[in-house]
Design a protein around this ligand. Structure first.
Ligand SMILES: Cc1ncc(COP(=O)(O)O)c(C=O)c1O
Length: 351
């Protein structure tokens, strides 16, 4: 009997063994609470080295917390945050950004495959009503890297958006729930993928790529970092046993673990996409540039996956999302492609 294969989300996966081992190794003795411990101090040093800048790092329990707290640090209550129409902060965080910013407005902007289109952003800013008391004032642009459609902004695309944001004196936030996947795909350094592109504050994803209940906010601008510790404490995210978050953030980047995990997930996604599209039963609806595959399947192909106990995330209109994770086996990808291929052969013979 074949076991179930679960492509619904990166969140359905386990914790990377290296992170579990690091947690277990930390689990003895006493350490100062609320971030006063040695591991938390080490995170700042290690991440400053990693990002080639003097950064501040704040551990948070979820990507939603990372986004909402970061965006509230950049944006006054009367501010407007320009985001992609499909941005997670806009569609799936239950108003967390609006709540934590005390009423800032998200302004959705269009663009292909989850990337904000520069011309659409310019147009939205032209219509923003800058200086009018009746209108929320442009304050922040948030970019998701990799995007909600599995695409990765190029450096040129990020630079163009950063130039527009700067011309309007706006801050730049990056939702990096899949930042590791984007870096692995762009084959660049963390600095090149973030502050060198103008990013002021980064939601640094860990959970989706092997962490345990821990993401982080990485802050490149001291004025933003200053308010973060108060904001986090007020939300109840100031963990007392912070060392167990810190040890994860350290283990995650130790020996480039995060990039190894992301490269593996990306590679599996590329293989899956190639295999599925070669069958002719699946059509890609977004480029596969990180670990997510979005395809339109025939009804029969969707049923075949279901029969083969392969779980996918439906997105309506026969579109499904399939997310690859580093813990998946090559055989999982092969089995998925085979299920669709066999079914397509039967479909073709029947027609
Ligand atoms: C792009 C993106 N940002 C943020 C999040 C939020 O993460 P969490 O569910 O941990 O709050 C997600 C989760 O799916 C996501 O896909």
């Amino acid at each position: 009997m074949d076991a179930e294969i679960d492509f619904r989300s990166d969140n359905v996966g386990p914790v990377a063994p290296e992170i579990m081992e690091a947690l277990a190794a930390t689990n003895s003795g006493a350490a100062s609470a609320y971030g006063g411990d040695a591991l938390t101090a080490e995170v700042k040093l290690r991440y400053s080295e990693l990002f080639e800048a003097d950064v501040e790092v704040f551990a948070v329990p979820t990507g939603t917390a990372a986004n909402a707290i970061s965006l509230s640090a950049c944006t006054p209550p009367w501010g407007a945050i320009y985001c992609h129409v499909d941005a997670h902060a806009n569609t799936s965080e239950c108003g967390a950004t609006e709540f934590f910013s005390h009423g800032a407005k998200l302004v959705p902007v269009t663009g292909e495959h989850g990337r904000i289109d520069a011309a659409a952003l310019e147009e939205a800013l032209r219509d923003s009503g800058r200086g009018q008391a009746h209108r929320s004032q442009p304050a922040t642009v948030t970019l998701t890297q990799a995007t909600e459609w599995g695409a990765v902004y190029s450096h040129a695309q990020l630079d163009e958006l950063a130039e527009i944001a700067r011309a309007h004196s706006m801050s730049i936030h990056m939702d990096g729930a899949r930042f590791a996947g984007a870096l692995a795909s762009a084959n660049c350094t963390p600095a090149q993928g973030s502050w060198r592109r103008g990013v002021d504050i980064l939601s640094f994803g860990v959970t989706k790529n092997g962490g345990l209940l821990c993401d982080a906010v990485v802050v490149f601008r001291p004025d933003l970092a200053e308010t973060l510790k108060y904001r986090l404490r007020r939300t109840g995210y100031g963990w007392s046993k912070m060392r167990f978050a810190a040890v994860q953030l350290l283990a995650y980047v130790q020996g480039d673990l995060w990039l190894h995990l992301a490269r593996r997930a990306n590679l599996l996604a590329e293989r899956l996409a190639r295999g599925l599209t070669t069958t002719g039963a699946a059509r890609l609806i977004a480029p596969v540039e990180a670990n997510e595959v979005f395809v339109r399947l025939s009804d029969a192909a969707a049923a075949a996956l279901n029969r083969a106990k392969i779980r996918v995330h439906p997105r309506g209109d026969n579109i499904v999302r399939m997310v690859c994770r580093s813990d998946m086996a090559d055989a999982d990808i092969t089995r998925c492609i085979a299920a669709v291929t066999e079914n397509h052969g039967i479909e073709k013979r029947a027609n």
